[in-house]
Write a protein that binds this ligand. Structure first.
Ligand code: G6P
Length: 612
């Protein structure tokens, strides 16, 4: 995820861009950059790795002056987060300038093609190819005029596959910005004598409250006083602007009260991004795994902390069930001091959304010292865990700002399960079921969307849960993973005491705690062990503890054994650690909101724990 902002008008554009970027920094802060068309008809570019503040300091006293410009804050995907890879990018003449949010999937082939025609690249980004493509197309059309530039952009867009919002300008066309969108957001701000483009409304609000949303497959041309929207084929599109009524602070969170809720609601799109290009009809496409010699592996150690550890538990179930390899899952802070048997035949899978958790990094070093192979799953490009790992799988879900993990967790589970399936396909340990399994990941974003659409179920239940002093969660197999993560969410954001148990363990101690004041949340979705979960629910009800079941749509039978039921769509069992957790994230949010907690920054927690 990146933030983009651009303006064409009458006033000095640099402050407009920097203020806009400040509002978009939540989208990424690996680097920041601006491009301004100056009075002498050339483009001035200033960019810097790191946060926006670094760029602002650099500009102090030497900001480029002009009335047409664009700015970008980056969350790196292709190429390390450094000065060279920071946007904006240009072709070799420096005349065509581009910023981009998204991923160009066919960039490697386009880059080769452009190189063969003599283009020279400066960065490792996928974005830069677009500047070269536009430059070629514009030259073919004579290299002048707004109409030709627009045609050149349209022709170039037809060459790229993937997700994008682009902004393009050219030194030779002084009063024109062109934007295009396919999957990544792009909003037009309509001002007086100036018009703007941005990834999100907050970047516009200081200048105008009149906005237009650009839809997928559209191209927009802006001058200081005209905005025109087109289809890719050149047809014109009419759309009425709307008036933004949000408060700026809320708008920074895209209209959500907290980043936590925003990130819960983002999960369908985040999962779609995480899975994009990675699931094919016959196989899993994870080229990142090329660095692992699977034939050398006779055991897997999954090592992680907190929520990432829960994702690891789901990974173990999938790896053992499908690929038939033995797996241990360990909390990183324990593993490193427990004399683990780790050698060159071990594959250590390190899960860390931040890529910086100290205990996980220590286990990573241990693995490398002992000659084990290492596979890292992280959301942060260039983070410590990625350096020296044999393979790195990026979650690609965009920055997670809420301290408590949501979308990174669901993506971790999905991607670990894809690794398991990939391995199982290589080992031929899954038969025809592989098609059904592959298909389940294709449907996953829609299933999560359906759950988010019925948030009212959890909002009502939260009022009840809020009355209690403690809550228990239980489940079996994949449902146990969901119980663990559900309990962790509730305690992290609402500070309500919550514990999770394997359902069968309840009667070995914890049942002594149960009474009418302790609700038990049972993960009772369709599975091979549902009957046993139902028996455990009956044991709980016999102790007069209220039962809330998370169950599968259409299971009317379950309501006879529970006081309340949260229904989620039917899906194969391995998706339970994702699908059953989404309503529990929402439940935690509503309970925390009723309690007035600081949901985005819960007390005593930190997003990235870099100390032991
Ligand atoms: C902190 C965060 C948790 C996270 C854990 C592990 O405690 O608050 O949300 O699960 O660290 O973080 P990692 O970046 O290694 O996944």
């Amino acid at each position: 995820m990146c933030g983009i902002v651009a303006c064409v008008g009458y006033r000095e554009v640099t402050p407009v861009l920097l203020n806009g970027l400040k509002r978009l920094e939540y989208r990424g802060y690996d680097s920041a950059g601006i491009a301004v068309r100056t009075a002498d008809g050339t483009i001035a570019i200033r960019k810097s790795e790191g946060k926006l503040s670094k760029l602002v300091n650099q500009l102090n006293g030497s900001a480029p002056r002009g009335t047409l410009g664009m700015g970008h804050t980056r969350w790196a995907t292709h190429g390390a987060p450094n000065d060279v890879n920071a946007h904006p990018h240009t072709d070799e003449s420096g005349r065509v300038v581009v910023i981009h949010n998204g991923i160009i999937e066919n960039y490697a082939e386009l880059r080769l093609e452009l190189k063969a025609r003599g283009h020279v690249f400066q960065s490792q980004t996928d974005t830069e190819i677009f500047a070269h493509l536009v430059e070629e197309e514009f030259e073919k059309r004579g290299g002048e005029g707004a109409v030709n530039l627009l045609d050149a952009v349209r022709a170039s867009l037809k060459r790229v596959r993937g997700a994008y919002s682009f902004v393009v300008m050219d030194a030779r066309v002084p009063d024109l910005l062109i934007g295009a969108r396919h999957f990544s957001p792009l909003i037009v701000g309509i001002g007086e004598g100036e018009n703007l483009l941005a990834s999100d409304i907050p970047a516009l609000l200081e200048h105008t409250r009149r906005a237009l949303v650009i839809e997928d497959g559209e191209v927009v041309a802006l001058t200081s006083d005209v905005v025109r929207i087109y289809t890719l084929d050149g047809g014109s599109v009419e759309r009425e602007p709307f008036e933004v009524t949000w408060d700026v602070t809320l708008a920074e969170k895209g209209g959500f009260a907290t980043f936590f809720t925003k990130e819960i609601y983002e999960q369908p799109a985040a999962l779609a991004n995480a899975l994009r290009g990675r699931v094919e009809p016959q196989r899993v496409a994870l080229p990142e795994l090329a660095g692992i010699d699977f034939d050398r592996v006779d055991r897997v150690h999954i090592v992680a902390c907190g929520t990432s550890y829960h994702a690891g538990l789901a990974g173990k179930l999938a790896l053992e069930r499908w690929a038939r390899v033995p797996v241990n899952v360990e909390v990183a802070s324990e593993y490193r001091y427990a004399s683990p048997v780790v050698n060159e035949r071990t594959l250590m899978v390190l899960i860390t959304q931040s890529g910086e958790t100290a205990d996980t990094l220590a286990c990573f070093r241990l693995a490398r010292e002992r000659g084990a192979q290492t596979l890292a799953l992280t959301n942060v490009v260039g983070s410590s865990i990625t350096r020296g790992a044999d393979a790195v799988i990026y979650l690609n879900v965009g920055p997670e700002i809420g301290v408590v993990a949501t979308k990174t967790y669901t993506a971790q589970v999905a991607l670990l399960e894809l690794v398991a399936l990939d391995w199982a396909i290589r080992r031929e340990t899954v038969g025809e079921i592989k098609h059904e399994l592959l298909q389940s990941f294709v449907r996953l974003p829609d299933l999560v969307q359906a759950i988010i659409g019925s948030d009212h179920q959890t909002e009502q239940l939260a009022k009840q849960v809020n009355r209690y002093r403690s809550a228990f969660f239980f489940g079996r197999g994949f449902g146990y993973v969901a119980a663990l993560e559900g309990a962790l969410k509730l305690k992290e954001v609402s500070y309500l005491h919550a514990e999770a148990y394997a359902a069968g363990e309840l009667k070995h101690g914890p049942i002594a705690m149960l009474d009418p004041e302790i609700p038990v949340i049972a993960i009772a979705t369709q599975s091979a062990t549902l009957d046993k979960v139902v028996s455990n629910m009956q044991e709980v009800r016999a102790r007069r503890a209220p039962v809330i079941a998370v169950a599968t749509d259409g299971d009317t039978f379950i309501a006879e054994h529970a006081d309340d039921v949260i229904y989620i769509p039917y899906a194969p069992e391995h998706l339970t650690p994702i699908l059953a957790v989404v309503p529990l994230q929402l439940l935690s949010y509503h309970v925390a909101a009723l309690r007035g907690c600081d949901i985005d920054q819960p007390r005593n927690l930190a997003k990235s724990v870099t100390v032991e």
